[in-house]
Structures are given as structure tokens and as C-alpha cells.
Ligand binder design. Structure first.
Ligand SMILES: C[S@@+](CC[C@H](N)C(=O)[O-])C[C@H]1O[C@@H](n2cnc3c(N)ncnc32)[C@H](O)[C@@H]1O
Length: 444
């Protein structure tokens, strides 16, 4: 049995059936299967490829199977998606191997009865590959885009209405690009140059982001957790969007700062480093297990000002004295990080309907923690006006004691959409960052 494909199947079933996060599920599965580098690469390529192209693959499989994909068992469907993905997108894998391995996978996964069916569907796909039909872009443009980019129509409509047609197509394309990996240098422990040299010794190629301080782009990372300089607390992994958010938040040494939705702690770590580990940084999260992640990260990075604790930001019980700066990096639908976690795009629209009220509640409650003249930030990693612009608009319309605070952006960062000066929407295809939203306010 080919272990790479078994691992990919196990991980896909875990994500689709048990709704695990793709990056975490894949890391754990690869570890459990103890694959060599080559098999790890194949398992990852199949896993992410099938996840990213689920709608396209299902649309095509339906043309070659009498049983619609909606009626197939999860195991059979995933094996067929994997087989079709290899045939259609992995040129180096011979079609015969894709079919045979799919049949073997079925036999090894209690789906032996379906192995004949799987064989027939995949062979029919190979024979008729030139006859595959796609939706007509003229008569049904959104359906055509949805199948081409494997993105539900409601997201396409949302992006087109919010950001315009060109931006929507840019976002759809960007979802298939390999996301860059950025590190935030722990400037309290090492300089950019020295960290680049250290990483090189460990086989990781790193280059400084020329326009942004203490940010490195990494290549050939392998497993970051096993990297010595990571374990020594010389950096943490953080997308440029979050690093930029902290830069704009502009915390100063000696201040009192509250991060109300802090886990796993990325922004709290960057903020503590910007504060030179002087002052107070209260880092809260609703979940005990996640608070532990903040503590572990702070310890690894040798940051002493972070006090992590459980606290529900939407219904806080704890009395807190006011802070110079408060960050609300709220839970959101995550439509800005689809290229990192493709499973996010298959969430139902209804699943995110309740988020704006929760986000607004967290922002209102947290605004009470800001000192006079203090700063309040709201951020999300989503591209959805209902969770971004509409929440912050509602806030400012109902809070006379706050005013919008214009953001002073680095010269390389331009607005990609029409928005007020206190807001910034970051787009993967435009800024090269994750999709992200920031809004800043000052208490009068
Ligand atoms: C976007 S993530 C925060 C990411 C974090 N700021 C970072 O940079 O690493 C949102 C966090 O909010 C937490 N959360 C969700 N609902 C919450 C609530 N009512 N109160 C506090 N935290 C909450 C989630 O557990 C999650 O860890």
C-alpha cells in the first residue's frame, strides 16, 4: 500500500468529515505515517490539491459516474477525488498508477466492494478526458467561475459586490498560489542579519522583507517546530498582514496593552517585542487550551510582560483598569486565508451569519477598557464587509466618545479598495499578504 496516498486520504477524511483545520490535520497525519520527504511531498500535494479543487473535481466526476457525488460514501468520494486529481493535475503520475493506487486504497479502507466502481469511473474519465464539459462562461458566468476556481458562488457574489469584478477574480486566482511564509524576528534576542545566517546554517533560506523591519520571508522550512533557532525563541511565524497590524497599533515600552482575543498569541508576541518587553500586556482568550499556547509561546520567546488568562470578551466578568491600547483581533469567517486553509471556503454562508453581532459585541465591550486618548484597534483575517466595514461603522455611529484614527501606512502599502483613512483592507493578490482588515479608533 502506498503510504503517501493513505496519509492523504486519512487527512482528507479528517478535514471533511470531522472538520479539522487542514494545516494541523496534515502535520499530525504526516507525523503519524512517518513518511520520507518524497512521500510527504506527494501526500501534501494530493491533500491540498484535492481540498483546493473539490468543487471542480466533483463537477467532473459527476460526468463519469451514474451515482452522483452527493450520494457516495465519504471514503469512496475522497478516493475518487484523489484519483481524478492525480489524472487531471499531476502530470508526473501515470494515469494507470492513479487508477491502480485508487483501487488499492479502496481495498485497504473497507471499501473493497466499491473498487470496481472506482476503477470504472476513473477509467471512463481517462478515456473521455477531452470531452469534459465546463459551465458556459457566457450564459452562467458565476457558476463557470465557481467551478473553475472551486469556490462557492456566494463567496464570488460577495467579493464581486463588495470589491468589484477585477478584485474578485484576483482573489479567486490568489487562492491557488502557494502562500509565502513570513517570520517575525525576535528583535530582543537577535538581529535580522544574524537570524538569516543562523537559519542558513539550519538549511532554511531566509530573506529580509526590504520595506518592513524585523520581517523575514522563509523558504524550505520543513517542520518549523524542530528548527533549533525557533526552539530558542529567535522568531515566530506570522504573516505580514498581522505584523503590519502590530506596526500600525504602535505599542510603546512601558504602556499597558490589552489583547482581548489573543490566542495563539502571534500579535501579542510581536507587540511585546515592540514594547521591548517593558510594561504590561494582558493577553486573553476564551479557551483554556488556547491560553496555554500563548503562555508556551511567550516562554519560548522569553517575553515576560505577557500575562495570559481566560476571559470571554463578549461577556467579561473580570474588572480591568483601562489601558493605553486595546486590540480586538476578533474571531471571523477567515475568508482572507483561504490559500492557507482551503477548507474555509466550503463553510456554509449560514455558519458565518452570526459573526458580525459577536464581533460588534466584543468591540463594544472592549472599548470600555480604553483610557481617555487611548487607542482601540479592530482586526479580522476575513474579506467580508459585513464583518469588517459594517461592524466598525456601526461602532463609530453608536460611540460618540470614539473617533476614527487615520492609519499611517508604510509607503509600499496602498489602499486596494475605497475606504476611510482609519481602515485598511489587505488583499493577497494586491499586497502579497493574507486577506486582512484593520480599523483604528481613538478615545476622545
Ligand atoms: C483571530 S483569532 C486571534 C489570533 C491572535 N490574535 C493572534 O494573532 O495569534 C481569534 C481568537 O479569539 C478567540 N475567541 C473567540 N471568541 C472569543 C471570546 N468571546 N472571547 C475571547 N476570545 C475569543 C478564539 O479562541 C481565537 O483564538
Amino acid at each position: 500500500m502506498n503510504n503517501a496516498r493513505s496519509a492523504a486520504l486519512a487527512a482528507l477524511l479528517h478535514v471533511n468529515v470531522d472538520e479539522g483545520y487542514s494545516n494541523i490535520v496534515l502535520d499530525k497525519t504526516l507525523e503519524a505515517y512517518s513518511l520520507d520527504q518524497r512521500d510527504k511531498a506527494l501526500a501534501s500535494a494530493i491533500f491540498y490539491g484535492v481540498l483546493e479543487r473539490r468543487l471542480t473535481l466533483d463537477y467532473i466526476l459527476n460526468q463519469f459516474s451514474k451515482t452522483p457525488v452527493s450520494k457516495m460514501s465519504p471514503v469512496v468520494l475522497e478516493i475518487l477525488r484523489m484519483g481524478a486529481f492525480q489524472i487531471l493535475y499531476l502530470e508526473k503520475i501515470p494515469n494507470s498508477a492513479a487508477v491502480n493506487e485508487s483501487v488499492n486504497l479502496a481495498k485497504a479502507n473497507k471499501a473493497a466492494k466499491a473498487s470496481g466502481f472506482i476503477n470504472a469511473v476513473l477509467r471512463s474519465l481517462i478515456r473521455n478526458i477531452d470531452q469534459i464539459k465546463m459551465p458556459d462562461a457566457q450564459t452562467e458566468p458565476r457558476t463557470a467561475l465557481s467551478i473553475q476556481y472551486s469556490c462557492p458562488e456566494w463567496i464570488i457574489r460577495l467579493w464581486e459586490e463588495a470589491y468589484g469584478h477585477d478584485c474578485m477574480t484576483g482573489l479567486l486566482r490568489s487562492a491557488f498560489q502557494k502562500p509565502p511564509i513570513f517570520a517575525k524576528v525576535n528583535n530582543l534576542s537577535i538581529s535580522e542579519e544574524n537570524l538569516i545566517a543562523r537559519l542558513e546554517q539550519e538549511g532554511i533560506k531566509a530573506k529580509a522583507v526590504p520595506w518592513f523591519i524585523n520581517a523575514l520571508e522563509l523558504e524550505h522550512t520543513g517542520s518549523i517546530g524542530s528548527c533549533k533557532s525557533f526552539r530558542e525563541g529567535l522568531f515566530h511565524i506570522q504573516d505580514l498582514s498581522s505584523q503590519l497590524c502590530c506596526f500600525l497599533f504602535d505599542p510603546k515600552p512601558g504602556e499597558r496593552v490589552i489583547d482581548v482575543c489573543s490566542a495563539p498569541g502571534g500579535k501579542a508576541f510581536t507587540i511585546a517585542e515592540m514594547m521591548e518587553d517593558q510594561g504590561e500586556l494582558l493577553a486573553f482568550d476564551q479557551y483554556k487550551g488556547k491560553v496555554q499556547l500563548i503562555r508556551q509561546g511567550a516562554e519560548r520567546l522569553k517575553l515576560t510582560i505577557i500575562q495570559a488568562a481566560v476571559r470571554d470578551a463578549s461577556n467579561p466578568k473580570m474588572e480591568l483598569s483601562p489601558a493605553d491600547r486595546v486590540l480586538c483581533d476578533v474571531p471571523c469567517s477567515g475568508l482572507g486565508i483561504i490559500r492557507r486553509k482551503p477548507e474555509i471556503k466550503y463553510k456554509s454562508k449560514q455558519a458565518i451569519d452570526s459573526l458580525p453581532d459577536l464581533q460588534y459585541g466584543i468591540l463594544c465591550k472592549s472599548s470600555k477598557l480604553v483610557k481617555d486618548n487611548g487607542i482601540l484597534f479592530y482586526s479580522t483575517c476575513t474579506l467580508n464587509p459585513r464583518e469588517n466595514f459594517e461592524v466598525t461603522n456601526r461602532f463609530i455611529n453608536n460611540h460618540d466618545d470614539f473617533e476614527p484614527l487615520p492609519l499611517h501606512l508604510p509607503a509600499t502599502i496602498q489602499h486596494s479598495v475605497d475606504e476611510p483613512a482609519n481602515q485598511l483592507t489587505l488583499m493577497p493578490h494586491f499586497h502579497g499578504t493574507d486577506g486582512f482588515f484593520i480599523a483604528a479608533f481613538r478615545k476622545k
